[in-house]
Ligand binder design. Structure first.
Ligand code: ATR
Length: 290
């Protein structure tokens, strides 16, 4: 890490827990690479301390923070402004302290879209996408895809009512949409016309061998993205590769939400390659330990 001076700028992460986060590695490597007098620090914040933590951000002139589970919605009442993306998603993952005004951004969805373009070479404009899951991550991804000009963003979820609710919100952002269950027939019909599938549920995480859909529904024309990044190659990504699909692993979204947060705070283009190396080193290290 670069030696800090008395003028160092501080950014960080608020959430609970934060000890597992890889964001300090990505951002501190980027600051060191650019010789910047900046540091990224994790702050564990209890549920009843969100307001105090944000008052502390202002009081100590912390330049910005990422926000992770479980505070992405809880921070909103304490912010001075939201970007249109964050307002549309009802969630904030990045706060910029603009001379005492706290502005809430959401770089999860836009970071995912950027990873589609930069890592997978896939342009979502005019594309037809099926999103699996209807939780917070699915909401960010689906709304960002609609805002990026996707023609259709269908949502399939174990609890169908949640898929329908998210689909209604997605349709307000210009894409055609539908909320489905995970039953085979509706998924098969949707996938016949789809260009991409984005997996946002926790299925396949950390040794879970299960798949969120029958892989025989996948065809080589599908790009298959999984936002789960532990393991680096999820069972779905393996099955998709075996069927000749292009794939986008979950580290793509994690990297580019960080790239975009870095750019929000510093106004400087982020060294994405350096951040990717830091992230993949850490993820490979975790895999070797497991
Ligand atoms: P996140 O913020 O990561 O999106 P979340 O909001 O808790 O987390 O959402 C979890 C998502 O994973 C939901 O879509 C959930 O489906 P339900 O709405 O039916 O609960 C989905 N999910 C979790 N476990 C699942 C499983 N075993 N099979 C299918 N979907 C699952």
């Amino acid at each position: 890490m670069t030696e800090l001076t008395g003028a160092a700028a501080v950014v960080g992460l608020i959430g609970r827990p934060v000890a597992h986060s890889l964001s300090p590695r990505m951002h501190n490597r980027a600051f060191a690479h650019l010789g910047m007098d900046w540091v990224y620090v994790p702050f564990e914040v209890a549920d009843d301390a969100v307001s105090a933590a944000l008052a502390g951000v202002k009081a100590m002139s912390i330049r910005g923070v990422n926000v992770t589970v479980p505070h992405k919605t809880a921070v909103i009442p304490f912010l001075d402004e939201l970007t249109p993306e964050a307002a549309a998603m009802g969630a904030v993952n990045t706060i910029v302290n603009d001379s005492g005004r706290l502005v809430g951004h959401n770089t999860d969805g836009s970071g995912f879209v950027r990873s589609l373009r930069e890592v997978a070479g896939f342009d979502p404009h005019g594309a037809r996408v099926l999103v699996l899951g209807a939780g917070g991550a699915a909401r960010a991804v689906a709304i960002a895809l609609a805002r990026a000009g996707a023609e259709r963003v269908a949502v399939a979820n174990r609890t169908e009512s949640k898929a329908r609710r998210l689909a209604e919100d997605v349709a307000r952002h210009g894409a055609s949409s539908a909320g489905l269950s995970l039953a085979r027939e509706p998924l098969a019909a949707e996938l016949r016309a789809a260009d991409a599938v984005v997996q946002t549920t926790s299925v396949g995480m950390a040794g879970d061998p299960s798949l969120p859909l029958d892989p025989d529904l996948l065809a080589p024309r599908h790009l298959v993205a999984d936002i789960v990044y532990t393991p680096l190659k999820t069972p779905l990504l393996r099955a998709a590769e075996a069927r000749g699909c292009r794939t986008l692993p979950g580290w793509g979204m994690l990297l580019y939400q960080g790239v975009e947060a870095f750019e929000c705070w510093t106004g400087t283009p982020a060294p994405a390659n350096v951040m990717r190396e830091a992230l993949l080193e850490a993820l490979r290290g975790k895999e070797a330990e497991a």
